[in-house]
Structures are given as structure tokens and as C-alpha cells.
Design a protein. Structure first.
Length: 218
């Protein structure tokens, strides 16, 4: 992805850049790593075990929570502050398009592995394009126009939807395969009790459960 900042780093400082969006970059990267794993599993014909459904349910839960929070806590706030809403219209249209691609993958699960690989590839391409557009077009508006309180409300909405049980799988999933810089950044943002739970309880439990894995670690 073309980013003005790399994952795990702060955006450039300036009067308008009050919001650190590096956590958003980490989430986007995790979504795309997950779909890469799904495609690899389908291409290898590894679609009959419990990992396929467990991974898909996890992925769709996190993506739905993330996109719903954007639709309720980011785009409406920005609409009140911009004269041209074309970027926000585009973000919402892309969410709807991704919903259709998600339905196509859901339908393909349980069917022939090559079909699932094709549908997952279409979803991966659509999600990559959306994440790139969001980072290049929408996040600069977030940094320029949102207050820190409003940005935090977006994060709090996702946390409230996930709850503690959701967080227990979200953080290990988010950091599964992440670069060291991203891992340090994320763990530096969260409160100390979350870091302790992640290291002592959540990550070991996540690694024991069925999940999507890269071919090298499978």
C-alpha cells in the first residue's frame, strides 16, 4: 500500500494532524493477511477442517464491527464538516460492494476449493482497493477534521461491540503475523492490563484454537 506513514509509526506532525491512525493501518493489514491465508488454504484444498469456519467467523465479525463503526461514527461526523461528500459516498459504496463479495465467499464455503479460492481472491482484491482508498482519501479528512474525542468514540464503539470475549481473540488475531514495529506500537497504545492478558492468556489460547495459518506455519 502507498501510505504517507508506515504501519507502527505516527503520521506527520502538524496543526491539522491531531489523530494517530496507525492502529487503523494495523487493522487493515490484519484483514489482508487473513484473506491471504484463506486463499492459500483454498488453493491447497485445505477446506474440510474446523479452521476454515472458525477463521471465517472471526474475520467477518471483526470486519463487520469495523465497517459498522465507520458507518456510524466516522462518515456521518465528517459529512457535517465537508462541502464535497464524494469521498464519503465512495467509502459507503465500497462497503456495500464488499458486503456482496462477503456473501459470495460465504456461499462458496463448503463447496469446491477452487471456487472458494476464486471468491476469496475477489474479496481480497476488493478489500485491498478499499483500504488503499480509505487510507489515501478518507483518513486525511479524519486527521484534519475530527477531534480526538470523536476519534476515540469510533474506537470505543468497536470495543463495546466486541466486549471482553471479543477482545480476547481480536488482539491475538490483529498481531498474528504483524511486523515487530506494528506489534510494539499496538501494545504500546493499549492499557497495561490488556498487554498482560494478551501475553499471558489471550495469545496462548488463540494459538491453541483452530485458525487460518500461512503455509509456512501450518
Amino acid at each position: 500500500m502507498n501510505r504517507t506513514t508506515e504501519p507502527g509509526t505516527n503520521p506527520p506532525t502538524g496543526a491539522a494532524d491531531r489523530i494517530d491512525v496507525s492502529f487503523m493501518y494495523a487493522v487493515h493489514d490484519a484483514f489482508q493477511r487473513d484473506l491471504d491465508r484463506l486463499i492459500a488454504m483454498a488453493e491447497a484444498g485445505d477446506v474440510s477442517g474446523p479452521a476454515l469456519r472458525a477463521g471465517w467467523d472471526r474475520f467477518t465479525t471483526f470486519l463487520t464491527v469495523h465497517h459498522t463503526a465507520e458507518d456510524t461514527h466516522l462518515w456521518p461526523v465528517l459529512r457535517e464538516r465537508v462541502a464535497d461528500t464524494a469521498v464519503l459516498d465512495q467509502m459507503e459504496a465500497e462497503h456495500h460492494a464488499l458486503d456482496r463479495l462477503l456473501e459470495a465467499v460465504e456461499t462458496a464455503i463448503g463447496g469446491p476449493a477452487p471456487v472458494l479460492a476464486d471468491r476469496a481472491g475477489e474479496l481480497a482484491r476488493g478489500l485491498t482497493e478499499h483500504c488503499e482508498n480509505e487510507e489515501e482519501l478518507a483518513l486525511p479528512l479524519v486527521q484534519k477534521l475530527l477531534t480526538e474525542k470523536e476519534w476515540n468514540a469510533f474506537g470505543n464503539e468497536q470495543r463495546s461491540k466486541l466486549g471482553l470475549s471479543g477482545a480476547a481473540s481480536f488482539f491475538p488475531w490483529l498481531l498474528d503475523g504483524a511486523e515487530d514495529a506494528t506489534r510494539r506500537k499496538v501494545l504500546g497504545i493499549v492499557p497495561p492490563p490488556v498487554r498482560l492478558l494478551y501475553r499471558a492468556v489471550w495469545r496462548p489460547r488463540y494459538e491453541r484454537a483452530p485458525r487460518w495459518q500461512t503455509p509456512a506455519s501450518a
